[in-house]
Design a protein around this ligand. Sequence first.
Ligand code: ADP
Ligand code: MG
Length: 273
Amino acid sequence: PAALAAGAAAPQTGDERHPPSTGLVEITGVHKSYGANEVLHDITLRVAPGQVVTLLGPSGSGKSTLLRAINHLETIDAGAITIDGEYIGYERRGTQLHELREKQILQRRTRVGMVFQNFNLFPHLTALENVIEAPIGLKRASRQEAIAQARVLLERVGLADRADHYPRQLSGGQQQRVAIARALALAPDVLLFDEPTSALDPELVAEVLSVIRDLATGGTTLIIVTHEIGFAAEIADHVVFLDAGRVVEQGPPAQVLRAPEQARTQEFLDWVI
Ligand code: ADP
Ligand code: MG
């Protein structure tokens, strides 16, 4: 499947729509509907290399749909998303955009890592096997290389001693840290987190946030959907507040979280904190 719904207009390639920019992830005028339900309305957002962006918003505001679109898991109806200049779902040949084939989408998706609320580890594979699966499956690495790299990544998330454990033998916080190591295994350009701590018992949240904090300070480009406002205030370079599929407000955390201009943003913050 291509990233644009069949019959929908292809994204425009006109330069006025894509001026030179330093964005690593560029989301331009994105619209998405499910039937009559418009879930994303004219979303425009630039994420620079090394930047940490947090997406906030009430349930149903379109946060997961936007992340899924960035990761080729969802088609969009209009607009364009590029990562390092490459279109999601399309490739440019001359001035024309052509829909990508499934195999190309799978290749391109490896530039984006994604961490889900419910970990989504392979239950029948150990922590180490979960991390080496993609590098080996996509023939990026020999088994030996992949194992050596996975051990480094598991060490980085504090789980060097859990390599041979199965997900059911790990706590939720440990499973999520394995999921982060797995997402890092293909050295993606950008990592997406969809409410990475929402399914965790409160005492396990800090260990996952700590790993994400290390990635942020280490210069990894991150887009994080979270309701952890304090954490967002601490690590984000840029905060985006979505409501009903629209960007209501975006800017530095000191502005959006401490002195929002929009009443809707303040209402949400009052409710969530
Ligand atoms: P959020 O992550 O902010 O809670 P979502 O992106 O999951 O919001 O959902 C946004 C809206 O899109 C909601 O109204 C939801 O019901 C709808 N939606 C999400 N996925 C689908 C789908 N596959 N089919 C139909 N509607 C969907
Ligand atoms: Mg969601």
